[in-house]
Ligand binder design. Structure first.
Ligand code: ZN
Length: 133
């Protein structure tokens, strides 16, 4: 992006020099073209400033999203026994939530009387699973 800004700045400088030189030239067509070139460069500079502002805005939004998710995880999940796990053995994640809503919901251990329904339960859909963590 800095290269583009530098190029436009250089083009504007060249156009200014041409304008200075054109004072000694009486060709109307040359002066009209030079005026058009100056307008185009000014428009380009404004458009670039707009793009840079939007780019900065999008970078801020992306950083916010990444931060809110603790970094975007792209590690694939594999189904083993009763639930999904990452290759690094992170999990278990609820198979129902992952397969129906593509959500990675970590299963919690079930203790006490509810353990007759299963060893783990999804805190989101409340599905019980009969597998040990
Ligand atoms: Zn679930």
């Amino acid at each position: 992006m800095d290269d583009v800004i530098g190029s436009i700045g250089h083009a504007i400088t060249l156009a200014k020099r041409l304008r200075e030189i054109s004072k000694n030239i009486e060709d109307a067509e040359f002066k009209n073209l030079l005026a058009d070139l100056n307008l185009e460069l000014a428009d380009t500079k404004l458009a670039l400033a707009d793009v840079m502002e939007k780019n900065a805005q999008l970078r801020t939004e992306l950083a916010t999203i990444k931060h809110s998710q603790g970094g975007i995880s792209i590690e694939p999940l594999t189904f083993r026994e009763f639930a999904y796990f990452t290759e690094g053995n992170d999990g278990p994640f609820c198979s129902k939530c992952y397969e129906t809503a593509n959500q990675r919901i970590r299963l919690k251990k079930v203790t006490g009387a509810f353990s007759t329904f299963g060893h783990t339960q999804c805190p989101s859909c409340e599905q019980f699973y009969d597998g040990k963590i």
